[in-house]
Design a protein around this ligand. Structure first.
Ligand code: ZN
Length: 448
């Protein structure tokens, strides 16, 4: 009996040891001035660089040889225009299915505009648009290179998962129905800092992937220097504390969460340090090892907008908010072409590592309600619910937030060039997407 147990234990150990992992990074700092995204108040392109920004990739080869790659970026958001192109090339060159590729953007508001994201944010001059198009083209190549380099770096590895916490993020929806953000300490939040640690078989740290559910908006629109905000500082802080290791940040469902207080570079650095310290504490403590196959499922569903007609946008043409006029022009053009936007494609993905960890990735700016709901409905294994993944087409409110109204439900749609708020099926449709991919990786919701 004793020897059998020993054999089982050894087999489990060997199983874990046969996993492989690889890291890579590509500098994606714009080489010349470019409009920074996120704040409509900005009036000119960037002026210099406070901190370089990166695309980083973690490639994982499971015990059956299947390869999965997670890409994180210090960017406002990646559109499907970009991720589809990279995914198609990765599929062709490496035979990696779309379900095994994740793209997450940290949502830094001090990073460049990216093609296909936040289309109606600015009145851009043609020369500014040209710069953004050129940057996006190079970015697409860089993302592919990051994936390719991470796959070349695959080497035996031990993966583990654990959790810490950070407390600088606050629910920002105090005033229902208004576009202004005031912190609401009583609103739903999630302070969880999930960490995946990757070491060599003999225990040397190779890197970490960690997350947090909070807008990457410590810095305001008055700063014109490129940087990764708190998430950028968290990664650089961790990497200087652990020379040779790669730190990757993945933003979770922080669409209705802001750092508090905010506005100063020192605060962004301080939050970065808090997060890096939380990650360091997790990797020095007890973690659960991730072994076995990685199962993956990916699905693109459709989220439907509330019904609209062209009269609405004809009225908006006279609005004093410039972004509203730009959105109206875009919508009227689509009406003229007889193809008004009625819905948006919406990617939902699940990656399950053995029977230890499930990572759910959702497109768009996802409010924390989804994260809390998914965690509650799928107990029993470690879970990471990321937003801002694979495509950032707009905010994704829950029914609660949609009914309350305000920025995340209504006003933000203007800047994204979307027709207006979602209809009330939004939460159910997203959740049905989640149930679908979860089922395909062998997970059922607990009975409520
Ligand atoms: Zn946002």
């Amino acid at each position: 009996m004793k020897s059998l147990l020993l054999v089982v234990a050894m087999a489990a150990q060997m199983d874990a040891a046969t996993m492989k992992a690889g890291f890579a990074r590509v500098n994606i700092t714009p080489k010349s001035p470019i409009y920074l995204s996120g704040y409509a108040a900005r009036t000119k392109p960037s002026e210099g660089v406070l901190q370089p920004i990166w695309a980083k990739a973690l490639a994982i080869q499971d015990t059956k040889g299947a390869k999965t790659v997670i890409v994180t970026t210090d960017l406002i958001g990646l559109s499907r225009m970009v991720t589809d192109m990279v995914a198609a090339r990765v599929a062709k060159e490496f035979s990696i299915d779309r379900s095994r590729l994740v793209f997450n953007a940290s949502h830094t508001h001090s990073g460049p505009m990216v093609g296909g994201n936040l289309q109606a944010l600015f009145d851009l001059k043609p020369e500014d648009e040209k710069v953004i198009d050129a940057y996006t083209k190079v970015l697409t190549e860089n993302l592919y290179q990051a994936v390719s380099a991470a796959l070349s770096d695959l080497a035996p590895a031990v993966l583990s998962v654990g959790h810490g916490s950070a407390d600088f993020g606050f629910n920002r929806r105090m005033n229902k129905g208004s576009a202004t953000h005031i912190d609401n300490p009583k609103g739903p939040m999630d302070k969880d800092v999930p960490v995946i640690r990757v070491t060599t078989p003999d225990g040397k740290l190779r890197g970490v992937l960690f997350g947090y559910a909070c807008h990457n908006t410590t810095l305001g629109g008055d700063l014109y220097q490129v940087n990764g905000d708190y998430a950028g500082f968290a990664q650089s802080e961790f990497e200087s504390a652990h020379p040779g290791a790669t730190a990757m940040f993945m933003i979770l469902c922080g669409a209705d969460q802001n750092p508090n207080p905010r506005g100063k570079v020192e605060q962004a650095m301080q939050y970065g340090k808090q997060l890096a310290d939380a990650v360091s504490k997790v990797i020095d403590g007890k973690m659960d090892s991730i072994a076995g196959p990685v199962q993956a499922a990916y699905n693109v569903t459709q989220l439907t907008f509330k019904a609209h007609d062209r009269e609405l946008y004809e009225k908006d043409l006279k609005d004093k908010l410039r972004a509203k006029v730009r959105r109206a022009e875009l919508m009227l053009k689509l009406y003229d072409e007889r193809r008004p936007i009625r819905s948006t494609p919406y990617p939902v993905q699940a990656l399950r590592f053995g029977k230890v960890l499930t990572m759910v990735t959702l497109g768009g700016e996802v409010v924390v309600d989804y994260d809390l709901r998914i965690k509650k409905e799928f107990p029993g294994e470690h879970i990471i619910v990321a937003g801002y993944s694979n495509d950032v087409m707009c905010y994704i409110p829950s029914v609660r937030v949609l009914k309350e109204g305000g920025y995340e439900a209504v006003d933000s749609m203007i800047y994204y060039g979307q027709p207006g708020p979602f209809d009330e099926n939004v939460e159910e449709t997203v959740m049905n997407g989640v149930y679908g991919v979860m089922k395909r990786v062998g997970r059922k919701p607990a009975k409520q």
